[in-house]
Write a protein that binds this ligand. Structure first.
Ligand code: GAF
Length: 370
């Protein structure tokens, strides 16, 4: 079993869904949260720093029980009203149940081969919003199956396994941020993670301010080519600069970075500067400096837009529009090409902010205030 907290409401909802669909009680019901990333985008697979925050009330609920047929995995998504039946020895086939099957295989293939499992899922995370719906599904399934077969696993090990599922089974070359935030993070508190060493610590959020997550209405799709292209470009930039990881470089190397092929130079500059912004952001949080943190968010958005080229016109407009509506800072969050923006808003301006942003950008939706 992992040593982490379950969202009771999600666990209860998924228990009810399991009972209704499978006509029996689950043996285990648990959950895993999504995350919003505050600073440090695409730095994780470059060995850099990230600053995500696990979300309260937005996550995946998972209920699981044994049987009835050895080797067979019956998965039911209450959110999509869709069921898939798979065998534990199957490869990934591009369906949502891949995340479930990969996670079961990662820790309990022999057990599932013997007993079979039935598993129900529920999600309160919108898909494609850049809030880690896949990582929450992997972490939730791993929590459920480790509890089912009474296996002890630390939250850090569970995150490492979940990332391996995504990289090796699903085939998405992501870093570890999302799985780590979902497994180790505590809702409402920022998690400062060094992805190279997995050293991490929680950092309290800013007093009297909230992070508001606004869904842009443009859905991103990470398995699409964009993300893998950025991974390849970062690797090419490493070669051009003679380093193993872009996080081996710092702000003092920016001149050297500017001398390589321009596109690769821009990609490397984003990683190096966003990495530094995480460090500066942690200091700003610790000293309660909201204005500094907000400026780092604004700079991070510009870097994603101009250097890493992973924003879209809609998220550019919403991030800058947010600043006219009371936010001190705002940026696109997550993998890129749409999804959500996160804005830092003083609590005194919260009431008007949500109303103003959704009326100016009718496709947006305020998803969470944290
Ligand atoms: C996605 C990936 F899954 C993460 O590993 C990370 O790279 C993020 O995009 C960008 O920061 O969520």
């Amino acid at each position: 079993m992992s040593d982490t907290v379950t969202d009771k409401a999600l666990a209860e909802r998924v228990t009810a869904a399991y009972e209704q669909y499978f006509k029996k009680q689950p043996e285990v019901a648990t959950s895993a949260p999504g995350r919003v990333n505050l600073l440090g985008e695409h730095t994780d697979y470059n060995g850099g720093f990230v600053l995500p925050m696990a979300l309260r009330g937005l996550g995946v609920g998972v209920a699981i029980g044994r049987g009835p047929e050895p080797g067979v995995v019956r998965a039911y998504s209450d959110t999509f009203h869709d069921a898939e039946t798979r065998n534990i020895d199957e490869d990934a086939v591009g369906k949502w149940s891949d995340y479930v099957l990969g996670s079961l295989k990662a820790v309990a293939e022999p057990e599932v081969a013997e007993t079979g499992v039935q598993i129900a899922l529920i999600t309160t995370l919108p898909m494609g919003a850049g809030l880690s719906s896949s990582a929450a599904l992997e972490v939730g399934t791993l929590r459920a199956v480790t509890a089912l077969y009474a296996k002890r696993m630390s939250a850090v090990d569970l995150a490492v396994r979940a990332r391996a599922v995504e990289n090796g089974y699903v085939g998405m070359p992501c870093g570890i941020m999302d799985q780590f935030a979902s497994s180790v993070g505590e809702p409402g508190t920022a998690l400062f993670l060094d992805t190279r060493t997995l050293d991490h610590e929680t950092v309290p959020a800013l007093p009297d301010h909230s992070f508001v997550i606004v869904e842009s209405g443009v859905s991103h799709q990470l398995t699409a080519d964009g993300y893998a292209t950025r991974v390849a470009e970062c690797n090419a930039a490493c070669k051009a600069l003679g380093v193993d990881l872009l996080s081996d470089l710092g702000i003092g190397d920016l001149e050297r970075i500017a001398a390589i092929e321009p596109l690769l130079g821009r990609r490397a500059r984003h990683i190096v500067t966003d990495n530094q912004r995480v460090l500066d952001g942690v200091t700003a949080l610790r000293t309660g400096d909201a204005a500094r943190f907000a400026q780092l968010m604004i700079d991070s958005h510009a870097s994603q837009r101009d250097d890493f080229e992973i924003t879209v016109p809609e998220t550019d407009a919403i991030a800058s529009g947010a600043l006219e509506m009371g936010a001190l800072g705002a940026r696109q969050t997550g993998g890129g090409w749409g999804g959500a923006i996160v804005a830092l808003v003083p609590n005194t301006a919260l009431a008007d902010f949500g109303e103003a942003i959704t009326s100016r950008f009718p496709k947006t939706r305020v998803l969470a205030i944290t």
